[in-house]
Design a protein around this ligand. Structure first.
Ligand SMILES: NC(=O)C1=CN([C@@H]2O[C@H](COP(=O)(O)OP(=O)(O)OC[C@H]3O[C@@H](n4cnc5c(N)ncnc54)[C@H](OP(=O)(O)O)[C@@H]3O)[C@@H](O)[C@H]2O)C=CC1
Ligand SMILES: O=C(O)CCCC(=O)O
Length: 485
């Protein structure tokens, strides 16, 4: 791998400020989804190493918690600066292990770093309250204190930003942190740890473990020293981890599956809607939890929208994300290909038509053609189940009431999108969508200043913004009495 700073490519874990192998020296291979080649190996750690990481985070807590918010802020700011200074190398590592095009990967590095910058500032503003009490001799003091040791498990689709979005508010609030990244994308996490060390984050404050998800997950969710657990991934695994956290009544944050509706009304700016649909559906080859999973287009513009959408899809440049000009890469693994194929087969068997793509790409391996199907209906699998791949089903609808019913007919409630220029409809539809996030006239809604999160079975808690830090503090109420003497 050609990096300007080759020390960013680490193949050991980072626990208590030291780089180390698994106790039994076992390793696991990581492959490049674009080529199938092995990029390197990382330690296959388990319970014993996880226990030591939690102990290190516990030992580091008092000194980190007792730094002033300004001191922590200065260290975090340095971490942010280092990430941006190494954006190119971090982007390359990310593309090699995850597959997304390099420009998109570098975009993720800036996006991930923006959470560190944001919380370096926000950590200084964890305000409390003084509340007048019922008795004149009393006052109620409310303070917010760091919750303690925090742990997290993150997915492969955003190997950098899903970590910083959790670690930055935790560290800014005065907590210490243990992270177990996805097996398919550990190198981005280890590079973040290398930069944490260079930024001066003290030993034990930020720890990275790779290896067995079930063994490490069990420690991180059941150990009483861990006070807060945060997860991004599938709803199925999230449910299980919530159950495990119940054994020690831990505070949990969950960013789980989505099934985003993308609604285009007759009065929409169609070119803007197509541009939004392209980014919303096909960035990261359709593998984000806020990706449009169902495109609902009103009957008056349905045919026109499909034609423009097809033309835009035909312009995508498919290939290895490291190659110049490529803007659409492979999917993560064979299961991802299988799921897209299953959803296409189910839809065509029930009457849908493939109007673009529909097959594994001629490049072979994990490349799948960006696909559009028309004539989609609520009876098809993708109406209920997140595809998490490059398949865009286009549904036709007649009325606002009808489409709101379809959009909300899911157990998920993460992101939703709609295009209209009618102000009354803007209010009615944004209030009527049962989603944690609603975007009007745009296909992209994530940024560090906004509260990212879902309702229903899409999760618990919010990440980013002033709200995101609340998940990493405990409220303490102090009653001051006898003040009249
Ligand atoms: N909300 C989101 O952003 C995401 C949603 N998904 C959804 O989930 C589907 C499957 O993707 P997948 O990657 O398998 O998602 P998973 O939920 O299985 O994986 C997410 C993370 O959880 C870990 N994990 C898996 N099982 C356990 C366990 N029993 N205990 C502790 N940790 C565990 C994984 O480790 P390991 O890598 O070792 O498997 C990974 O780090 C996707 O198709 C998509 O629908 C997936 C990723 C992100
Ligand atoms: O898929 C996810 O879990 C994160 C979505 C990326 C984003 O923040 O937009």
């Amino acid at each position: 791998m050609q990096l300007q700073d080759s020390a960013l490519f680490k193949t050991q874990c980072y626990i208590d400020g030291a780089w180390m192998d698994a106790d039994n020296k076992a390793t696991v291979e990581v492959t490049n989804p674009a080529t199938g080649e092995v990029i390197g190996t990382v330690p296959q750690m388990g319970k014993a190493e996880a226990d030591r990481a939690v102990a290190a985070a516990q030992a580091a807590l008092p000194a980190w918690r007792n730094k002033s918010a300004k001191e922590r802020s200065q260290i975090l700011r340095k971490w942010f600066d280092l990430m941006m200074a190494h954006q190119e190398d971090l982007g390359k590592i990310l593309t090699l292990e995850q597959g997304k095009p390099l420009a998109e990967a570098k975009g993720e590095i800036a996006y991930g770093a923006s959470y560190i910058e944001w919380y370096a500032e926000e950590g200084k503003r964890i305000y409390g309250d003084i509340i007048p009490s019922t008795g004149l001799d009393k006052r109620i003091l409310v303070t917010k204190q760091p919750i303690g040791v925090c742990a997290a498990i993150t997915p492969w689709n955003f190997p950098n930003a899903m970590i910083t979005r959790k670690a930055a508010p935790a560290l800014a609030a005065g907590c210490t942190f243990v992270i177990r990244p996805a097996s398919q994308t550990p190198f981005s996490a280890l590079a973040i740890a290398e930069l944490a060390e260079r930024a001066g984050i003290p030993k034990g404050v930020f720890n990275v473990l790779t290896g067995s998800s079930s063994q490490i997950g069990e420690v991180l969710t059941k150990d009483d020293r861990v006070k807060k657990f945060s997860f991004t991934g599938s709803t199925e695994v999230g449910r299980k981890l919530i159950e495990q956290c119940a054994s020690t009544v831990k505070k949990v944050s969950m960013e789980l599956g989505g099934n985003a509706p993308f609604i285009v009304f007759n009065d929409a700016d169609l070119d803007a809607a197509v541009e939004g649909a392209m980014i919303c559906k096909f960035r990261n080859a359709g593998q984000t939890c806020v990706c449009a999973n169902r495109l609902y287009v009103q009957s008056g513009v349905y045919d026109q929208f499909v034609e423009k959408f097809k033309a835009a899809v035909a312009k995508l440049s498919i290939g290895n994300g490291m190659d110049a000009g490529v803007n659409f890469g492979p999917v993560i693994d064979a299961n991802a290909v299988k799921k897209v194929e299953e959803h296409i087969a189910d839809a065509t068997a029930k009457g849908a038509t493939v109007v673009a793509g529909g097959h594994p790409h001629a490049l072979g391996g994990l490349f799948f053609e960006p696909t559009i199907v028309t004539g989609a209906t609520q009876e098809m699998q993708f109406a209920k189940d997140e595809t998490f791949g490059p398949l865009a089903p286009v549904f036709k609808f007649e009325t606002e009431e009808e489409v709101l019913g379809y959009a909300n007919d899911t157990e998920f409630g993460l992101a939703s999108y709609f295009y209209t220029r009618d102000i009354g409809r803007v209010i009615r539809v944004s209030e009527g969508l049962d989603y944690g996030m609603v975007a009007l006239n745009t296909g992209i809604l994530s940024n560090e200043a906004a509260p990212f999160g879902g309702v229903k079975q899409s999760g618990l808690g919010r990440e980013g913004s002033k709200y995101g830090i609340e998940d990493y503090v405990e409220i303490k109420y102090v009653l001051l009495a006898g003040l009249d003497k």
